[in-house]
Design a protein around this ligand. Structure first.
Ligand code: CU
Length: 139
């Protein structure tokens, strides 16, 4: 009876297909749970925070940076513009070196006050042209 064999074979295939698709669906939704990472416990190390700001005509990129009170900050100021620029926070007496077009300078500082401060480029007219940003100091 060859016909019955064929039907039996088809039935077996059908069952296998259902089992395989069932397994595939179940396996995909399984997720490995990982141990929670304790990211807060390593911030006590006194590492220098490195931040790069691109100075262009006439903006800071990023305009806003955030640091922690008391930590050493090293700014890398990269001037991609066509005129000299700087990065100054008057309220904190922070003033970077003047960076010539195409040049890069570094400026290190530490802030002991928490708050949000305005940063500007003090080259003539640049602040008025929108070359301002914010320095946020967190505890
Ligand atoms: Cu400028």
């Amino acid at each position: 009876m060859p016909k019955r064999r064929i039907w039996s074979a088809l039935a077996v295939l059908l069952v296998l297909a259902v089992l395989l698709t069932g397994c595939g669906g179940g396996g995909g939704s399984r997720q490995q749970s990982q141990a929670p990472s304790s990211s807060g416990s390593t911030t006590s190390q006194a590492a220098t925070r490195e931040i790069t700001i691109v100075l262009s005509d006439f903006k800071f990129e990023p305009a806003e940076i955030t640091v922690k009170r008391g930590e050493r900050v090293r700014l890398t100021l990269q001037n991609t513009g066509t005129v000299a620029h700087d990065w100054t926070v008057r309220d904190l007496n922070l003033a970077s070196p003047r960076v010539q077009p195409g040049q890069t300078a570094t400026y290190e500082f530490t802030v002991d006050r928490v708050g949000t401060f305005t940063s500007v480029c003090v080259e003539a007219g640049h602040e008025a042209l929108g070359m301002t940003g914010r320095l946020i100091v967190e505890n």
